[in-house]
Design a protein around this ligand. Structure first.
Ligand SMILES: [Fe+2]
Length: 428
């Protein structure tokens, strides 16, 4: 299918029927168009630097590519902790000018992005370095395409709206979103907090540095939440109907790494080997879902996050086991294969039937989440909200993902009732 046809199909089809059969047809057509999109629209891959020297290598690359005045985008907490100093000291040593903007907030809004854009334009910056978690990286992507195109951030939401992008580089401070590897960015409306997504391969960063020393200060609960986000990216990309041999490689690798190293990074934040492995796993998870997409875990977690203010990774940890249960039968063979590839079953049990291996994988994921002491309570969860949550999640799946099993809104409400039961059980 030619690229223009694919893009027009994606732009024109949207779910307009609450009838499940109509919804299913629209969702499956969009999923096919998304698959074709991943095949016909080239998605660049950032240069990846790994290790304690990696942020210097990244700085050298920026300088070699002509950056003379860099906007460093971060948040106030990271700045107060002195995290940017490793980079700023090196740039000063190299006589490279920089301007530091630390105004990014969690779930950044358009006004936050516009403030960052003003700092970049007013200081004549010619490259952008995102130093932070997913919020910082997403905001930096929109600053970079907004400055390059001279268009307002609000006009750049949607599919393929950026004709160009400023040179953009990343140093992730969490091992979670994988945003440093992806072609998307999410920005919230200031008034309604409604999230908008911008998708364009031009905003994939040129390079990313996984520096474990920069990640070592992350507190255990954030290490746990963001680490489960990585696992969710890998599992949803693996179960996607649009998975390929390429996305499978990255999804399986990320799953294996999270199962092995997340408990170590959680237990000892200064374990640099565990930090580095988790940083690479986050990147691999991003590569996998960039092409294969996500699924109901993210679709429901986004709604829980928006309505009850739950951080993204924790929301995923709350939803993930239930969607694995839902998919366990239809994805039995795939999950069994993953259990073997990711080292979740030992050689002695590798010949067990698929159903048993899939069940074992789901049990191991539950055990991991429990061992990380992730709070599964959803404060204020109210069945009166469930219809609205189900509708929003169904729309996100239909618009964006290619799931192995489509759920009716009533089935999504069933999942929400289970989440409420888990939450109530902890609260007792
Ligand atoms: Fe995520």
């Amino acid at each position: 299918m030619p690229a223009n046809t694919v893009i027009n199909t994606l732009k024109s089809i949207s779910p307009n029927s609450l009838h499940h059969a109509g919804y299913l047809a629209v969702a499956k057509t969009r999923a096919k168009a998304l698959h074709a999109f991943a095949l016909v629209v080239p998605i660049p891959r950032p240069q990846l630097f790994i290790g304690e020297q990696s942020c210097y290598e990244l700085c050298d690359m920026m300088i070699n590519e002509g950056a003379t005045n860099i906007l460093i985008v971060t948040d106030a907490v990271l700045n107060q902790l002195g995290i940017p100093e490793k980079v700023t000291a090196y740039l000063e040593e190299k006589n490279i000018r920089y301007h530091l903007f630390d105004g990014i907030t969690p779930d950044p809004t358009f006004s936050v992005v516009e403030e960052g854009l003003r700092h970049s334009v007013d200081n004549n910056c010619d490259a952008i370095l995102a130093l932070g978690g997913g919020s910082v990286i997403d905001a930096s992507k929109i600053i970079a395409i907004s400055q390059a195109t001279k268009r307002k951030p609000q006009k750049l939401m949607g599919l393929l709206k950026a004709s160009k992008c400023m040179p953009l580089y990343c140093i992730p401070t969490t091992a979670g979103t994988g945003s440093e590897a992806t072609l998307g960015a999410v920005i919230s409306d200031d008034a309604t907090h409604q999230k908008s997504l911008s998708i364009d391969p031009r905003m994939v960063p040129l390079a990313s540095a996984v520096d474990p020393a920069i990640m070592k200060g992350m507190p255990p609960h954030i290490t746990a939440d963001t680490g489960v986000d990585v696992l969710t990216h890998a599992l949803e990309a693996w179960m996607s109907a649009n998975a390929s041999s390429e996305t499978d490689y990255y999804a399986a690798s990320a799953t294996r790494t999270v199962m092995q190293y997340l408990p170590l990074a959680y237990k000892d934040g200064s374990d640099l080997k565990a930090r580095e492995e988790m940083g690479v796993a986050a990147h691999y998870g991003g590569i996998a879902f960039n092409k294969a997409g996500l699924g109901y875990v993210h679709a429901i977690a986004h709604q829980l996050g928006a309505i009850y203010g739950i951080p993204h990774g924790r929301a995923n940890a709350i939803v993930l086991p239930h969607i694995l249960d839902v998919n366990c039968d239809v994805s039995k063979h795939r999950l069994a294969t993953l259990a073997k590839k990711a080292g979740i079953v030992d050689a002695a049990h590798a010949n067990a039937e698929d159903g048993k291996l899939a069940d074992h994988l789901v049990a191991e994921v539950r055990a991991l989440i429990k061992s990380l002491n992730i709070d599964v309570t959803v404060k204020g969860i109210n069945p009166a909200d469930f219809k609205k949550i189900a509708k929003g999640a169904a729309k996100e799946v239909s618009d964006t993902y290619a799931v192995p099993r489509y759920l009716t809104q009533a089935q999504i409400v069933d999942v929400l009732n289970k989440i409420k039961a888990d939450s109530d059980a902890v609260a007792k």
